[in-house]
Design a protein. Structure first.
Lengths: 215, 215
DNA sequence: ATGGACACGTGATGC
DNA sequence: TGCATCACGTGTCCA
């Protein structure tokens, strides 16, 4: 195989041709991709053509990726290359954040599902409207617990929107979404009542022991 | 305002200068961005410089975004432009899929947390090893339910690994992860025992009614 | 007419 | 050496 450099030396006199403005203009504007058959053909031109075509393939590949990105990106208004990249970056960051949140939310929920080892009682406003209150409590599972909680709630004329409960190892965790308080004094009364409920010792030979599923 | 075309005609003799290889080389390698003050200055060169600098800013913007992508993409081995785009596409698709899965999973979990309106009892092998069995049941909440379930479990010498419970509107949903069966006959016995438990009518003036939180 | 966006060919660099 | 990638300036089209 003969090298391009050697060939270049042999055809050096012709260099003036392909360095001329005419040739350059021709190649730059509308490159002839067919192999020329006349006497002006030489191997350096072939190398340049190979080079430009390789570059063209590279551009094609990259532009293909841009096209792909344009299809998979939602909310893409400007299809500009820079805009595509910008929107891509925004999307990736947003998605990463969302995934992180959803995963930790799942983990938190999972964590939240297990009762605390020590008795726990928390009341907090869930959000502003309607006086919604979220109550979270952990205590030993024992007979009459649910009815005691129910009585505590009705003592403040509260309505329960949602209840979630989990029992593990003889202990219980309960989340209540409550509404209908008459002012803040209701919360105080409810808190005292619930506190008594969860701290009330279970009877000897207690029910809680009996329903402990774990050996 | 004088047009660039007109200016070009006036300074045509100088075209040979900025089209020369020397100038071209100089500009390509280390372009002088300061406005030249000598006699070689002319407006077409200014226009070309403006154009090239605008193009340079565009490249800079795009390359900056590539750099950003390189920083936020995990598992990026080749920092190649095409590779960056490829990895980006893969990441976006993967993240979108993950988000979708996590959201539907959350929805499914949420659905699963609410007790069924009709009594329900399902036993299924959770996975192959250790004879793990998942039991799902929905029934009316009533006094002694948990202890009844506990007794049913101990009757087949089963150990509970995990319990999840939800109570809504006086009904209860319970998921048990159980192990320790002696063969399949244990499952049959357990299923019968649980069936009796969940179908057992609550006593008159029942406990279940009392603990119904909803008005 | 002016700036933005794009494709192109080319020289340079690294493996 | 050849091959791939990159930055650059330029010509061209469009709003």
């Amino acid at each position: 195989m003969i090298s391009l450099q050697q060939l270049e030396k042999e055809v050096k006199p012709i260099q003036t041709y392909y360095k001329s403005a005419t040739y350059s203009k021709q190649v730059v504007s509308y490159p002839e991709r067919d192999i020329p058959t006349d006497a002006t053909f030489h191997y350096k031109e072939l190398a340049a053509k190979k080079h430009s075509e390789a570059e063209r393939r590279r551009r094609l590949r990259i532009n293909g990726q841009y096209a792909t990105l344009r299809t998979i990106l939602p909310n893409l208004v400007k299809t500009d290359k820079a805009s595509v990249l910008e929107e891509t970056i925004k999307s990736v960051r947003e998605l990463q954040k969302t995934v992180k949140e959803l995963k930790t939310e799942g983990r938190d929920r999972h964590k939240c599902e297990f009762p605390n080892e020590v008795n726990e009682l928390n009341l907090s406003y869930s959000n502003g409207d309607g006086g919604l209150v979220k109550a979270t409590l952990s205590c030993e599972d024992k007979p009459g617990l649910l009815s005691d909680i129910g009585r505590a709630l009705s003592s403040v004329k509260a309505t329960v929107l949602k209840v979630e409960m989990a029992t593990v190892g003889g202990r219980i965790k309960c989340e209540l979404l409550i509404q209908g308080f008459k002012g803040n004094e209701g919360m105080v009364i409810l808190k005292r009542a619930l506190k008594i409920v969860i701290d009330k010792p279970s009877l000897p030979g207690n029910y809680g022991k009996k329903i402990c599923f774990y050996k």
